[in-house]
Ligand binder design. Structure first.
Ligand code: IP8
Length: 267
């Protein structure tokens, strides 16, 4: 089995959208192409996707990640849940286009947080649909929090829970860049960014976060690198690769050498 997360910046206009009123765009053709690459592996998989422009701008503006502070957040939390479900249904229909039997599993019904951390993820539904030969699809969402009333569960957190439960042979983060760099590859100030081929305790210290306006309530590359190390400690190889480059995902799944950043399994 493999575990794949499609980043929100790959499937939506996350990078170009700054306020919550701007038009949210779903990149259907790109998503369908990536699904075709996944399908060609003929391997069992679970799909996770990010929220991109459908979830981050509004969540950031109303601080949903911090939990309940005022009553006016409730309507916003409900709206973000609606928007990420709309995105999810778009992903599901792009999968159907490729004849993949995708089943939507919304975290708002399966995950409980405590103090912003995911305490419990109900795996029953994942197991059930896998046994049927369907493909469970889950996503970054607004979910209940025992102490803060609600909070945000990111797709990256779900990747860790699913890696622990299913011990896939590979966990893949599909992003808009070739892998992890010491700093934002578009940043031309100071020393040039260096590509990191392998994330470990040493190389993770080299990463600095960008200072730009991209709305993101769940953290950027450094958080992703930390998550990769945690997944690797669960005994699962974990890679970040570029989904904009045709066939990179397909080739990585086949075990071919492609440009990417890897965190090798520790157990
Ligand atoms: O895009 C964030 O999930 P991510 C979920 O996987 C929301 O980090 C609602 C912003």
């Amino acid at each position: 089995m493999i575990l794949v997360k499609l980043g929100g910046s790959v499937i939506t206009n996350k990078e170009t959208i700054e306020d919550e009123r701007s038009k949210k765009i779903f990149y259907r053709a790109r998503t369908a192409r990536l699904m075709g690459e996944l399908k060609s592996s003929k391997e069992e998989f679970i799909l996770v996707h990010g929220a991109g422009s459908f979830g981050h701008p509004l969540s950031k503006k109303f601080n949903l990640g911090e939990g309940y502070v005022s009553a006016k957040q409730i309507a916003v939390a409900a709206k973000v849940q609606e928007d990420v479900r709309t995105l999810n249904l778009n992903v599901i229909s792009a999968m159907r286009e490729k004849n993949l039997a995708a089943v939507s599993l919304p975290p708002s019904l399966l995950v409980k947080l405590e103090n912003g951390r995911s305490k419990k993820v109900n795996m029953e539904q994942f197991n059930h649909y896998l046994k049927l030969g369907a493909i469970p699809v889950t996503f970054g969402d607004v979910v209940p929090d025992i102490s803060r009333k609600f909070g945000i569960c990111s797709g990256d957190d779900l990747m860790l829970h699913l890696a622990k439960e299913f011990k896939p042979r590979l966990a893949i983060f599909v992003t808009k860049v070739d892998g992890i760099y010491t700093k934002d590859p578009g940043d031309s100030t100071g020393s040039p960014p260096k590509f990191i081929t392998e994330i470990n305790e040493k190389t993770i210290k080299l990463i600095t976060e960008p200072r730009d306006n991209v709305p993101d309530v769940t953290g950027r590359m450094k958080r992703k690198a930390r998550m990769m190390l945690t997944i690797a400690k669960e005994g699962v190889d974990c890679v970040v690769l570029n989904g904009l480059k045709r066939n990179r995902l397909r080739r990585a799944i086949k075990g071919e050498k492609v440009k990417c950043t890897i965190a090798r399994r520790r157990k």
